[in-house]
Write a protein that binds this ligand. Structure first.
Ligand code: OGA
Ligand code: MN
Length: 220
């Protein structure tokens, strides 16, 4: 894996934000031109018929549930990445190392898929860590949408987690939240086990590259 230097301040910012509030938003994490090219790769993969409906849960708990999520995904395999994808993987590698150093985590792998939300689709509020396998520790969502406007809706809604709680209750009507527009090149990182979040119904097709930093498989 080539070392791609990212501004050390970027990973420092992510570390600081995760420590204080469990999530972080980094505009222009991937330079705009690269993000635009990555979006072209996503579209090409879609045209080739390589996307499938996303489900929820893992292993025997996997289900398709359109009342919960309506996006289409394509998993990327590390052995078959394009140059550009490899560049992004290398940027995330810098974040992985910084998080391991700062929090003594044992993050080992990065897994990621392209995601496309058709008009009208959404993903109801959830945590990213699966109930039966707790390997996902940090979620990393890179957005690939040019000039997203408030009229497009489809924001990521992050519910404000009490930073001292390790297992916050699901949000209710009183829970404060923050909405993030899925702008080209913006990266959102969040703790997969504590940050409740949802994708609000979108009025425009909405593209991203969504991934997770995982620890070792704890079963063996
Ligand atoms: C997910 C998810 C957020 C987003 O795929 O688990 O919550 O903004 N995505 O796309
Ligand atoms: Mn999620």
């Amino acid at each position: 894996m080539p070392i791609v230097p990212i501004e050390p301040t970027l990973s420092e910012q992510i570390v600081e934000d995760l420590a204080s509030k469990h999530w972080s938003e980094i505009p222009n994490f991937l330079p705009t031109q690269m993000a635009k090219e990555l979006y072209q790769e996503l579209k090409q993969t879609y045209r080739e018929g390589e996307f499938v409906r996303a489900g929820i849960g893992s292993g025997s708990k996997f289900r398709l549930k359109s009342e919960i999520r309506g996006d289409y995904i394509h998993w990327l395999e590390e052995a078959h990445l394009s140059d550009l994808q490899r560049h992004y993987w290398a940027q995330i590698e810098q974040v992985r190392l910084a998080l391991n150093r700062a929090f003594f985590l044992n993050l080992r792998h990065f897994e990621a898929h392209f995601a496309l939300y058709p008009v009208g689709s959404f993903y109801k509020k959830h945590l990213d860590q699966h109930q039966n396998v707790q390997e996902r520790l940090i979620s990393c969502v890179l957005y690939l949408n040019e000039n997203w406007t408030p009229q497009d809706e489809g924001c990521l809604r992050i519910y404000q987690t009490e930073p001292h709680l390790s297992a916050p209750l699901p949000p209710n009507a009183d829970t404060p939240y923050l909405d993030i527009a899925p702008q080209m090149g913006t990266l959102v990182c969040m703790r997969s086990d504590t940050v409740w979040h949802e994708v609000l119904p979108t009025k425009r097709p909405r593209a991203s590259l969504t991934g997770w930093l995982r620890r070792e498989n704890m079963m063996f």
